[in-house]
Write a new protein. Structure first.
Length: 164
């Protein structure tokens, strides 16, 4: 089994928040990966040696300044009544609505959905903003959401094994 039911996901409350409930049709398309499947996505796309964003080291592509093209704010848009994605994210991630995306919180917490669903409900996902990484399946572009209310956009680098 690759997914766990959303009802069993310990942080499913982010999609049932009283002020931002996600419709049932979209809830069906938000799929938390099992810890094993999440670890696989994490190791193949984010980091082979670190389990959480706060542990990223110099060997991780996310630390490479050359991978990041632009940054902007997401906090102001999140607090507004406007449901639109932050402009810097929308401009950089021009994926098709059906593109499979992964919202990577840490090595055991990865959520899979479509770009269309993420775009409509990004504010729910951003309840977790501790340097979480958004990537698309078979896409080079990436976004990293920082706790200080900023977002970095760029291109995924190569995931390398530890040099230990």
């Amino acid at each position: 089994m690759k997914y766990i039911p959303l009802s069993d996901y310990k942080n499913a409350w982010i999609f049932r928040h009283a002020e931002m409930p996600v419709p049932a049709d979209d809830l069906e398309q938000i799929k938390p990966l099992t810890p094993v499947a999440a670890t696989d996505v994490w190791r193949n796309n984010i980091s082979k040696q670190c389990l959480t964003p706060e542990d990223f080291g110099d060997n991780d592509w996310l630390k490479g300044e050359e991978n990041w093209e632009e940054s902007g704010s997401w906090q102001e848009e999140w607090e507004s009544d406007n449901p639109a994605l932050p402009e810097v994210v929308e401009k950089h991630l021009q994926w098709t609505p059906e593109t499979t995306v992964f919202y990577c919180v840490d090595s055991e917490a990865v959520l899979e959905t479509t770009w269309d669903v993420f775009s409509r409900h990004w504010k729910n996902f951003l309840f977790f903003d501790d340097d979480c990484v958004l990537i698309g399946r078979k896409r080079k572009q990436a976004a990293q959401f920082h706790q200080d209310g900023t977002v970095s956009v760029g291109k995924k680098g190569v995931v390398v094994a530890s040099k230990d």
